[in-house]
Design a protein around this ligand. Structure first.
Ligand code: FAD
Length: 116
């Protein structure tokens, strides 16, 4: 017996861990991976947007530097675990409009979570 929903949920969580493990700095790995691997924190993967699905490189969410760090502005869609997860691996545009302009940011859930 198997539950595809749980399998997908775990796969997505693991994909987040894979990205951080492969591309993160030693500091980022030390910060995120222990809680991710033990599932003390659940992660979601935020690539899809209302206007970009299969054509993922067309994403429009913007990341701009601010005095506090980075400010993200945009809309994501179809995010498994959205509103539930503890942290979100978010693909966003910090550079030009080509695929090379895309960066990845880990966003911790804030205190106010959607109820729907
Ligand atoms: C249950 C569920 C969970 C999801 N969870 C997540 C998640 O956790 N994180 C996340 O980021 N996203 C998630 N998604 C989004 C998913 O990755 C997108 O739905 C997927 O990328 C397709 O995008 P779209 O729905 O916009 O369809 P479109 O990209 O609009 O595609 C529609 C149709 O057109 C076809 N098509 C598209 N481009 C071409 C082309 N160039 N040539 C020929 N045919 C084409 C496609 O094959 C498809 O049949 C989830 C989706 C679902 C349904």
């Amino acid at each position: 017996m198997a539950c595809p929903s749980v399998a997908s949920f775990l796969s997505i969580h693991n994909m987040c861990g894979g990205m951080i493990d492969r591309f993160g700095t030693p500091e980022q790995k030390a910060k995120w991976l222990p809680d991710l691997c033990s599932m003390r924190k659940v992660f979601s993967y935020c690539l899809t947007e209302p206007g970009s699905g299969s054509d993922a490189a067309a994403l429009r969410t913007r990341a701009a530097r601010s005095n506090e760090g980075w400010r993200l502005n945009g809309t994501k869609a179809f995010i498994s675990g959205g509103g539930y997860s503890d942290a979100y691996v978010v693909m966003c545009r910090s550079g030009d409009n080509s695929p090379r302009g895309i960066s990845t940011v880990v966003v911790e859930a804030g205190p106010f979570r959607p109820t729907t």
